[in-house]
Design a protein around this ligand. Structure first.
Ligand SMILES: [Ca+2]
Length: 392
């Protein structure tokens, strides 16, 4: 067509304008919907409270005065019992009903447990208790648990080794079994020592005399290789026993000299802090408090008529820290040549406390135990709380 009438030309221009406006509207609508689709708040930053090991400068000099005394890292947990750090700064912890959970160094607390131990017998003080991370976790991915289960004839405790793969614990292998159990006095703390051996605390299972019986695993501190076999240099050849005469020890820690310390629940009071020597007998139920007897070790300090109900124990900056359930405090035991002085921190600030661990950031991590049937839980309980020891 050679000729376009003025009217038709005008029509084309109007059509072009309409199309352009429509295209603009569609583009604007597209842009608008993209904007609407973006998160209204920035993506959740990795929780600053959980440090990532590699992010910590080699000569870590945290400005302690800039870090609050207490930061809650996780809330509404169900009776957390023990926690341990993975090499990347993540935290693994147990909940007594049978769950192993993870606070990922970048993603925070995962809703799904790494593992639910279906056979956990969560009765009285029993249940899923201790957790330990193998010193060579980076290469073997081993995580160890201590838990109560219903055996064929009675309750028993066992230590089981798992392999962590992605966000699961797999391939459970029992490495120590038939530890006497009961509703009360199950021990349950497991930790690797500086010698690479796995140390296990057991309670007397409410049968006090078992603590003096060298053929019973009850009322002892045990020492095992990482596969559960007995180290050749144990004090009693062929036996996993490292020390005996314990009532209900639930805290283990090594000081800077490599010495092993333990705390245990006394009978109604006289809770104990002991320096553990291989093959020694810590006296339960023969002696208690200040009593002495040849061949038996008296505690370095005990709580007298008070009750600490001590559980987790850790060594930090030249002193021992342990937490108390009934005592509802973080206790600091300063060891000097002439003896031990005890200081009390966080007195009833967070209720009952079950474990304390030093993190890779030189902060203390504590677990509350207010939902264990003996506390007065707040809405946020139970919690994992990071404590700045510089502000105690
Ligand atoms: Ca004792």
């Amino acid at each position: 067509m050679k000729f376009v009438s003025g009217k038709a030309y005008l029509g084309i221009i109007v059509m072009a304008i309409v199309l352009a406006v429509l295209a603009g509207l569609i583009w604007w609508n597209f842009r608008a919907s993209r904007l609407v689709d973006l998160p209204s708040v920035p993506p959740a930053a990795p929780p600053a409270e959980v440090p990532v090991l590699e992010d910590i400068p080699p000569v870590a000099a945290p400005a302690l005065e800039d870090i609050p005394l207490a930061v809650s890292l996780a809330q509404k947990l169900e009776i957390p019992w023990a926690l341990a750090f993975l090499p990347d700064g993540s935290i693994v912890f147990t909940e007594r009903a049978g769950r192993v959970r993870l606070i990922d160094a970048r993603e925070g607390l995962l809703a799904e447990p790494l593992l639910t131990v279906g056979e956990t017998a969560h009765r009285g003080e029993g249940g899923l208790l201790g957790i330990a991370v193998h010193p060579d976790f980076t290469s073997n991915h081993f995580i160890y648990l201590y838990y109560t289960y219903q055996g064929s004839e009675s309750l028993a405790n066992r230590v089981v080794r798992f392999s962590k793969k992605d966000n699961a614990l797999l391939d459970g292998k029992t490495i120590l079994d038939n530890i006497p159990a009961a509703a009360n006095h199950n021990g349950g703390r497991i930790k690797f020592g500086p010698d690479g051996m796995l140390y296990v605390t057991t309670g007397d299972a409410s049968l006090a005399d078992l603590a003096q019986d060298r053929d019973s695993l009850a009322g002892k501190i045990l020492r095992l290789k990482d596969d559960g076999t007995i180290p050749p240099d144990n004090p009693f050849p062929g036996s996993p026993l490292y020390s005996l005469g314990h009532r209900n020890p639930q805290g283990l820690a090594w000081d800077s000299q490599g010495r092993l310390w333990a705390v245990e629940h006394g009978a109604s009071a006289t809770d104990e802090l002991n320096l553990i020597k291989p093959g020694h007998n810590y006296g339960w139920p023969v002696i208690r408090g200040d009593e002495t007897e040849t061949g038996l070790e008296s505690p370095l300090i005990h709580s007298g008529q008070e009750t600490w109900a001590p559980s987790g124990l850790t060594f930090f900056d030249g002193t021992l820290f342990f937490v108390g359930l009934r005592g509802q405090s973080l206790y600091q035991a300063v060891i000097k040549n002439e003896g031990v002085t005890l200081q009390r921190h966080l007195d009833r600030n967070f209720g009952r406390l079950r474990d304390v661990v030093v993190g890779p950031d030189n902060m203390l991590y504590i677990l509350t135990s207010n939902r264990d049937g003996r506390g007065l839980p707040a809405a946020e309980d139970d919690q994992i709380i990071r404590i700045n020891p510089g502000k105690l």
